[in-house]
Design a protein around this ligand. Structure first.
Ligand code: ZN
Length: 242
């Protein structure tokens, strides 16, 4: 994000209306994102929108088609795993994709000012933030410094997992992803309003570090998975194992 005044470096808070027609709807944006992940998984990325010409073309304004609220994990680089380039994704990353006020404000900026039609919560297997929170819940030891804020934000997901009888770390990660989707909508009436009017969808996906594939674990509105399901399983190895 640029630091030249307003978030995203845009010249003011006016709503952008000239979205790319092909990506103007939540389902189309999601399909585009999934298509990029398939290219990445298959070892055939196109690296779109990463050339000097496109860099110049988007210098005057951005119209990203998806907001990514992802974990900061160094193996979870959004533009790489979704095979996208400059101007495509509005990315907000924190450890454990915890969603405090600045994250909520950033999401609201993208959705309301830039007109971005899709918000994706991106978690992953073996998430260190979730593991740290579980360690705290198990041992009672408090983390140092501001890491406590991260752990505190994950603890409600751990309590929910306990209530639901889920104990394996990746099952807890799925719950935390779904919880983050719910948190975004519950804490941001602005975002919830956009979703209610059909202008935006919020999807939670879990990324497998080894396979490179994402798997949908939550979506609002419900049933938003249609395009994904029509395209078939993203991770055949995982489907076979499951
Ligand atoms: Zn993580």
């Amino acid at each position: 994000m640029s630091h030249s005044g307003t978030p995203g470096g845009q010249p003011g808070p006016q709503r952008t209306t000239d979205r790319a027609p092909a990506l103007s709807e939540p389902a189309r944006a999601y399909a585009e994102l999934i298509a990029g992940n398939r290219r990445f998984v298959g070892g055939a990325p196109r690296h779109p929108n990463q050339d000097a010409g496109h860099r110049a073309a988007v210098a005057d304004g951005q119209h990203p088609f998806a907001v990514i609220v992802g974990c900061s994990d160094s193996r979870l680089a959004a533009e790489i795993i979704f095979d996208r380039g400059l101007g495509d994704l509005f990315v907000v990353r924190t450890a454990g994709h915890t969603a405090g006020p600045e994250v909520l404000g950033s999401v609201e900026y993208a959705v309301t000012v830039l007109g971005t039609p899709l918000v994706v919560v991106l978690g992953h297997d073996s998430c260190g933030a979730v593991q740290a929170a579980r360690e705290v819940a198990t041992t009672g030891t408090q983390p140092l410094g501001h890491l406590r804020a991260v752990v505190d934000a994950v603890l409600p997901s751990l309590r929910r997992a306990e209530t639901e009888g889920v104990q394996d770390i990746d099952g807890i990660v799925d719950i935390h992803i779904a919880q983050t989707v719910e948190t975004l909508l519950a804490q941001s009436p602005v975002l919830a309003g956009e979703v209610a009017q059909g202008r935006c969808a919020v999807v939670g996906v879990s990324y497998r570090l080894a396979a490179g594939a994402v798997r949908q674990v939550a979506a609002v509105p419900a049933g938003f998975a249609t395009l994904d399901e029509q395209a078939g399983p993203l991770d055949p190895a995982a489907s076979a194992a499951a």
